[in-house]
Design a protein around this ligand. Structure first.
Ligand SMILES: [Ca+2]
Ligand SMILES: [Ca+2]
Ligand SMILES: [Ca+2]
Ligand SMILES: [Ca+2]
Length: 488
């Protein structure tokens, strides 16, 4: 039984460190279901009106729910897109078939990055999909979204044709994405492309990609054509981001910076993929109140599913980080029994830490900079294992714990020990508890007062760094003996 428990524990730790589940969040806060759009992976209720923001209970657009039902654990390779009810349910089901976990950011959700109070915080997700936003991101949302990407997130940007303002607030998806790209407060004009304000409908076979391209020749198969049904194009700006690539172009353009239908780029530690039409994501079934078309598996001879999933898989995959370097310093390598040592972590590239302190209390820690108490004299090893997805490295050090009471145990009261003495800048005192609350003074050889104070602990430190070298004299109220302190 114990063997089983230990092996289960090992498996859970191993998975926790090395195989984090890819989590994909589909946005539903930006009127993605307004009008004849239904860009949610699942909605059980069709009770939202966008006027221009969500009003629940006064409308018949889809109310995308956080966790789709039935549960995604029931999806197998044979599961149909109608398992869920949404205009992009096929995209969601295909993600689960890849082993991903999918969720929706519901209309009431907040877009944040690094907020511990928001359960939908983007730091909890690998990829964020925003399929044809129809409400502008706030300044704080744009900053959060770009910070998510800069710190390793994947963003899938889907736009539609110009003049496609479905909720009548004055902004359509090309405007909204360009506002994010040019004015996010973190990396303005840094993604390497902007959306054009055009409206095109055509089948294009103008593919421009090397044989190893992850999007055109990806794991779902090759992409050979697309059908834009009222979509837009993009202009590339490689001087703003040299990694940007255009892989599908409008008919008549085969390469270059203009008339791009599909582009992608690495941005900071993360990735952005973009297409200029939402119609390829539409699987033709969803809100019964909407008119939907199957662009996902039917148009362009089924190429759209391969395009969208190849992009999603690329966004969800991260380059393997290099193995971390483990290192730390300690506040003191030689102490008296009963004293503390603070260890300051200087490791690089790690996502978690595991400390072991022989002879210390506590004996282990996963904190970044732990403080440890040593109660028993001896020489002890300190070990730090720094870990990330690529592996671990270990750094060792030692702590010498002295028995500072030896030789003076007979003087159980009225003891003052100075460590070290002489000293350079800082000395530590070890005093009897009977001195707590007593006033003390330290004077130099000329009798000039340096410090006057009251003892509040049995091992105070005194900083002499502002003082000149020489002898100093510690006097404690009620104690006749004067203690000599010698600064180098
Ligand atoms: Ca709708
Ligand atoms: Ca709008
Ligand atoms: Ca369209
Ligand atoms: Ca559907």
């Amino acid at each position: 039984m114990r063997g089983l428990i230990l092996s289960l524990l090992f498996v859970s730790i191993f998975q926790g460190v090395f195989s984090q589940t890819v989590k994909i969040l589909f946005d539903a806060t930006k009127a993605e279901t307004s009008g004849n759009a239904d860009w949610v992976i699942d909605a059980d209720l069709h009770n939202i009106g966008w006027y221009p923001t969500a009003v629940v209970g006064n409308g018949n657009d889809s109310n995308g729910q956080n966790i789709p039902t039935p549960a995604q654990s029931g999806i197998t390779a044979a599961t149909a897109e109608s398992f869920w009810n949404g205009g992009i349910s096929n995209w969601g089901v295909d993600c689960v078939k890849q082993g991903y976990h999918v969720e929706t950011l519901p209309a009431s959700g907040q877009i944040t990055y690094g907020s511990t109070s928001n359960v939908y915080d983007l730091s909890n997700y690998t990829v964020y999909v925003v399929d044809e936003p129809n409400i502008k991101f706030t300044a704080a949302e744009k900053t959060s979204l770009m910070n998510f990407v800069m710190n390793g997130g994947g963003l899938f940007m889907v736009a539609d044709h110009t003049i496609s303002d479905r909720n009548n607030d004055g902004f359509d998806s090309p405007d909204i994405w360009n506002d994010f790209i040019t004015n996010n407060g973190v990396l303005n004009n840094g993604v390497g492309f902007t959306f054009d304000l055009v409206d095109i409908s055509q089948t294009s076979t103008s593919i421009n990609a090397v044989a190893s391209d992850s999007i055109i020749h990806g794991p779902m198969g090759n992409v050979t054509q697309v059908l834009w049904a009222g979509g837009t194009t993009m202009t590339l700006h490689p001087t703003q981001n040299a990694s940007v690539k255009g892989v599908i172009y409008k008919t008549g353009t085969s390469s270059g910076n203009n008339n791009v239908l599909c582009a992608y780029a690495k941005v900071g530690q993360g990735k952005i993929g973009a297409i200029g039409d939402s119609s390829p994501t539409d699987d033709g079934t969803g809100d019964p109140n909407d008119i939907l078309y199957n662009g996902y598996t039917q148009d362009a001879s089924g190429n759209h599913r391969r395009l969208i999933m190849n992009m999603t898989i690329w966004l969800a995959s991260h380059a393997t980080p290099s193995v971390p370097v483990s290192n730390f310093t300690s506040s003191n390598s030689t102490i008296c029994a009963g004293q503390n040592v603070t260890f300051t972590n200087s490791s690089t590239g790690a996502t978690s830490y595991s400390w072991t302190f022989a002879g210390g209390t506590p004996a282990t820690s996963t904190a970044t900079n732990p403080t440890i108490t040593y109660l028993t004299p001896g020489n002890y090893n300190v070990t730090l294992v720094a870990t990330n997805a690529s592996g671990s490295t270990t750094h060792n050090s030692t702590v010498q714990v002295n028995d500072c009471s030896s030789g003076i145990t007979e003087l159980k009261v009225n003891v003052v020990v100075v460590q070290p003495n002489p000293f350079a800048d800082v000395c530590s005192l070890i005093i009897s508890e009977s001195f707590i609350g007593k006033q003390f003074t330290i004077e130099d050889q000329s009798g000039k007062l340096f410090i006057q104070g009251v003892f509040t602990s049995v091992n105070p430190s005194i900083d002499f760094s502002s003082q000149t070298s020489g002898e100093y004299y510690l006097r404690i109220d009620g104690m006749e003996r004067v203690t000599k302190l010698l600064k180098h």
